[in-house]
Each structure stands twice: as structure tokens, then as C-alpha cells.
Design a protein around this ligand. Sequence first.
Ligand code: DAH
Length: 337
Amino acid sequence: MQWDFQDIHHQAQTEAQAIDSLQALEAFRLKYLGKKGVVAAVFASLGQAEPGQKAAIGKGANDLRSLVEGLIAEKQTQVNAAKAQGELVDISLPGTGGAVGRTHILTQTMQEIVAVFEQMGFVAVETPETETEFHNFTGLNIPIDHPSRDAFDTFYLDAPDASARGRRLLLRSHTSPGQVRIMKEHKPPLAVIVPGRVYRPDAVDASHSFMFHQVEGLLVDEKVQFSELKGLLTEFCRRFFGPKVIMRFRPHFFPFTEPSAEVDINAEILGIQRKKWLEILGCGMVNPKVFEAVGYPKGKYKGFAFGMGVERMAMLKYGINDIRLFYENDVRFLKQF
Ligand code: DAH
């Protein structure tokens, strides 16, 4: 049998051009490459072919198969694209993607504060939010029935404190009990930073919340001076608020430090007009009575401590004027940080 390969190639190309559906494509494939298709017929004819023509027929069959395979591949892509376009989904549109979350501004601020002290050699430790009266008050030289307790209004729990008869458990009103816990368990030298939540039964308004965050610092060694505390906190404020910050140490009273001070920063630098000075933290030299309460040998150690409110630091740094914004978790607010 004679095969006009040129003609067959031409015909296959013409037929391929007309293909516009997957069904037509499959029919085309069967017609040429199927068991009873043209390529198979060409190979089958080899048996009866003149010996001199076999090579040409074999080559013709192979060429035809390659050509048809190529045409099918090309058409397959075209038909797929056309089909996708006909559907409602436009596969060329960019995807919508999922919303990416972020760290809450308070967590960011707390991490930033902790990181500054970590760079200066402090170790971050977390202590419980449920505390004993001893850790929250007595160990910090705030005796029961002493008026200084009034400054630390407290949520008490119904649960009794199993470790001290007659005493109640409470939600810590500051992070300072972390000092007592850490000193009871470790010997100096110590340099720790204690971030966490604290609770006070305050009526909620623009500057008060029944729950807020503090970061406590404590350093104890054999020789520690107030000047070192000043140097450390000055460096901290520079790193946190920027190098231009202006601060002052103002004498104050805390039962657990002696002498004690409060640190104020100059409001103008932060672009706040309301007041000249803004209080940011309390600090001082650890009161020897606290060392006594944790069982350290008398007169052996000196130390300093400080405590700051995280909300306050974030409000000053970012110009936030209402503490409630931190807890409402309105995404329009949170997204700004
Ligand atoms: N605990 C104090 C408060 O909540 C803050 C404070 C003041 C912490 C002086 C200290 C300190 O460690 O030395 O108001």
C-alpha cells in the first residue's frame, strides 16, 4: 500500500486546528494514535510492503506519531485555557490570601522593654499571677494593717492559702512579689526582669484598668550603688524613648526600697503639652528588711529594684490617650502598630 505522508501530515494539521473541545481532542487522538488509528494502520502495512519501501514507511509512521503528539499537546493547553476562561473563576487574577496577624502592641512593648534589659545582662523570669499575702505584701515590708497597703488595693480569692494558715490568696497587685520569690530561691549575684499582668480593683476609665502589665527589675550583689541604678535606668530610657529623652529622679516612698525614687520624663520631648513631667516608674535600693524576709544573711548584700507600667510606657511612646484601647482589640487600632 502506498502512503502519501505529506498529505496525511497536512490533513492532521488541518483537523487539529479545528479542535475546540476536550471531546474533539480525544476523537483526534483516537483517529491517529488509537489501536485502529492511522499510525497503527501504517505500521500494520509494513508486513505487505516491498522490502525497498519498509524503511520509508517506518519513518513515515514514526514522524506522523511525533507530529500528532505535538499537535495534541499544543491543543490541550489551548483548550484548557479556553475552558478556564469560560468558567467564572479568572485564574489570572491575583489571589486574595489570608490576613496575616501581628503581635499586640502591649506584647510588643513588653518584649521591647525586656529586650533592652536582656542586652544589659538581665534574665527574664515569669512568676505567678496568683500570689500569697506574704509575697505580695509582708515579704516586701508592707505589714498587714499598715496604711501603705491601701495604696495596693487588691482582689482577694476565696481560696485559702494552703502554705500559710489563715492567709488568703490574691491576684498580685504588682510584679514586686516576683522579687521575693526569686530571692527565696536563688542566691546573689542576681539580675532579673519580671514581666507580667497585675490586678487592682480600680474603676475603669481612660487611665485605669482592673488589669494591666508591669515589668519589674531586680539586681542584687555584694556591692551595688544607687548611681548604678541611675545609670541603668538612664540608658534604658535612651534606648526605649530615643537618645534625646530628658529624665529626673524624684524622691519618693516605697516600703520595699530605701531610699526610693520615682522617675519622670520630660513630656515636651515626647510632644505632649499637657504636663511638664510624666512619671514612668518607681525604683530604689532594696530595703534590708526585704533581704531579711527572704532569708539572706544580714548586711551581706545590696541591691536595687524598679517597676514600670507597660501600658503607660506604650501610651507615652506612641501617643495613645486611652488605656481602654489596649483591651478593646479593635483591629483598626491594633493595625497601626
Ligand atoms: N511595685 C510598685 C508599684 O506597683 C512599683 C515599684 C516601685 C517597683 C519601686 C519597685 C520599686 O521594684 O523599687 O507601684
